[in-house]
Each structure stands twice: as structure tokens, then as C-alpha cells.
Design a protein around this ligand. Structure first.
Ligand SMILES: NC(=O)c1ccc[n+]([C@@H]2O[C@H](COP(=O)([O-])OP(=O)(O)OC[C@H]3O[C@@H](n4cnc5c(N)ncnc54)[C@H](OP(=O)(O)O)[C@@H]3O)[C@@H](O)[C@H]2O)c1
Length: 271
């Protein structure tokens, strides 16, 4: 991640990058457009890291298929990419449904004729202790962070292998977005941790199977990035996560904070 920092209304400096800051490649890279002629697909592209990644891939010359459930957000992203001279396709899909994940990959290949780069990024993080947890939250995380990512990789693999054999770069890429939580466990994040540790194991095996055929399997483990990710949590959990120190709370947009118990919006259900 970059070394950008930004100031909050509290006057503290946030040491963490925002997804937008990461979406700005250097001008030299943009001019040379090293991904020209290639096709990319990004899951979870309607916000945060996925949106930033899609913008960057498009700026580097790739035609990009952006996948998530919020079609309006995706359409806005496609417009943004097209107005900057890029090419993009919005595909509304819930990738916890394997058929929808397969259909999203098929749309990309049908539209653009190939698939060189996949960023399996869609994810949800709902924190809280294991004891007394609502296991619906567990299913949401495992079905998206783990199985959804696996469905995406499974559907894309044949196309990526084909692209590696005839692509302009001689390689293709799948990037699995895990987390520092896929490497380091704390109390209160057990199932999020489990969903991301599984991504590491899956990626290791996949890499061993396809590297010699020039499909590169990468694991990205971001630290804290200012996105909509915490919105899925109960307000009290959000406050504990991000309100603990001024330094951390400087990273949190005002809308994420719980104003007061009386005006608490209750559980976030923005999607
Ligand atoms: N932000 C961080 O600090 C951080 C740190 C480490 C790792 N990560 C990882 O980075 C990835 C992206 O997260 P983010 O921080 O960018 O959060 P975000 O802004 O909440 O983005 C999550 C994306 O996943 C999509 N998504 C959710 N459910 C989906 C479903 N069923 N089918 C398809 N797409 C779905 C969302 O779109 P829709 O709601 O429109 O479907 C959204 O585009 C996640 O895997 C997360 O675990 C984030």
C-alpha cells in the first residue's frame, strides 16, 4: 500500500491510504498502458479496493469487467472509466451464487473475447466474539470471502490458462484478496480470520497447479484501507474497532461513527 496519509476533521493524521489514493497510477505507467490488449475482471468493484483496482487496471490499458451486486454503482464506475478513455462492462452478480459467478466470467469472455487478469476481491467482514455469535454472519463471510472467491477462480481458470498461452504478456494473473487477518488472528475476528486463512491455502495449492503454465496466483493481504468494509458491523463493534485511539478514528469517515445511543441507526443494512 502507498505511504499516503490524510487529515481528518479531528485534526489527527490517518496513516492509512484510501482506496481512491491507490487508484492513481503514476503518469508514466498510464502513458505506456502496459495492459493494452488484455482483459480484466474485478469482483467487489462497486466500492473500496475493488473500485480502485478497476480504475487502475483500466488506466493501465485493460478492458475491465466490474462485478458486484449494486448495479447502479457499477454503471457509474463504467461511465467514469469510459469518460477517461477506457473500456469497461458492468455485470451485476451475487458471487455467493456459483451460477452467477460463472455467468459473470462468461459475460467478460463473451464481450471481450479473452480473460487475462482476475482480481477476486469481493469480501465482507463482520466482527464479534464466537460465543453467542449470530451464525448467519459466519455464513455470509464464508460464502463470499471463501466460496465466492473459489467459484470465481474456478470459472476463470480455463480462460486464464488460455490467455497465458496466447496473451500479449505471456502470462495471466489471478489476484486473491485476503487480509492481514489471513495471517494474524485476534479475538473477535475468528470467522473472518478463518475465511481469509482458507484463501491462503486455496491460493497455495492453485499456484502449485498452474504456475508452470504461466498463470500467476498472487495473494494480497491489505492492512487497514478506508472503505465501506466496516459498515456491515453493528455500530458498537464499529466503534470498538475504530474508535479505540485518535489515530485510528482519524481514518474513519464521520458516517461510520455512532453519534450517540439514541440516534444509533441500528445494524447497518446498506446492502
Ligand atoms: N478495507 C480494509 O481495511 C481491508 C483490509 C484487508 C482486507 N480487505 C479485503 O478487501 C476486499 C475488499 O473490501 P473493501 O475494503 O474494498 O470493502 P467494501 O468497500 O465493502 O467492498 C466490498 C465489495 O464486495 C462486494 N460484495 C459484497 N457482497 C457481494 C456478493 N455477494 N457478490 C458480489 N460482490 C459482493 C461489494 O459490492 P456489493 O455490495 O455491491 O455487492 C463491494 O463492492 C475484501 O475482501 C476485504 O476483506 C479490506
Amino acid at each position: 500500500m502507498s505511504s499516503h496519509s490524510h487529515h481528518s476533521d479531528s485534526g489527527h493524521t490517518c496513516p492509512h491510504p484510501t482506496a481512491d489514493e491507490n487508484a492513481t497510477p503514476g503518469w508514466a505507467a498510464v502513458r505506456s498502458r502496459p495492459l493494452s490488449g488484455t482483459v480484466a475482471l474485478v469482483t467487489g468493484a462497486s466500492s473500496g479496493i475493488g473500485e480502485g483496482t478497476a480504475l487502475t487496471l483500466a488506466a493501465l490499458g485493460a478492458r475491465v469487467t466490474v462485478v458486484a451486486r449494486r448495479a447502479d454503482r457499477l454503471e457509474a464506475l463504467v461511465e467514469k472509466i469510459e469518460s477517461a478513455g477506457g473500456q469497461a462492462l458492468a455485470v451485476g452478480a451475487d458471487i455467493t451464487d456459483e451460477e452467477q459467478a460463472q455467468a459473470a466470467v462468461a459475460r467478460a469472455v463473451d464481450t471481450y473475447g479473452r480473460l487475462d487478469t482476475v482480481v477476486a476481491n469481493a469480501g465482507v467482514m463482520i466482527l464479534g466474539p464466537i460465543t453467542g455469535a449470530d451464525t448467519t454472519d459466519w455464513r455470509r463471510m464464508i460464502e463470499l470471502n471463501t466460496l465466492g472467491l473459489m467459484y470465481t477462480a474456478h470459472a476463470a481458470a480455463p480462460h486464464l490458462l488460455e490467455a497465458a498461452s496466447d496473451g500479449p504478456r505471456g502470462v495471466s494473473d489471478i489476484v486473491l484478496v485476503s487480509s492481514t487477518a489471513g495471517r494474524m488472528v485476534r479475538g473477535g475476528g475468528g470467522v473472518y480470520n478463518a475465511s481469509k486463512y482458507a484463501v491462503t491455502a486455496f491460493g497455495e495449492a492453485f499456484r502449485k497447479e498452474v504456475t508452470q503454465r504461466h498463470l500467476r496466483v498472487s495473494l494480497v493481504e491489505p492492512g487497514a484501507v478506508e472503505t465501506e468494509l466496516p459498515l456491515q458491523n453493528r455500530p458498537d463493534v464499529r466503534d470498538r474497532m475504530y474508535g479505540a485511539t485518535p489515530r485510528w478514528s482519524a481514518c474513519v469517515p464521520r458516517t461510520w461513527r455512532t453519534p450517540s445511543p439514541s440516534s444509533s441507526p441500528g445494524r447497518a443494512t446498506s446492502r
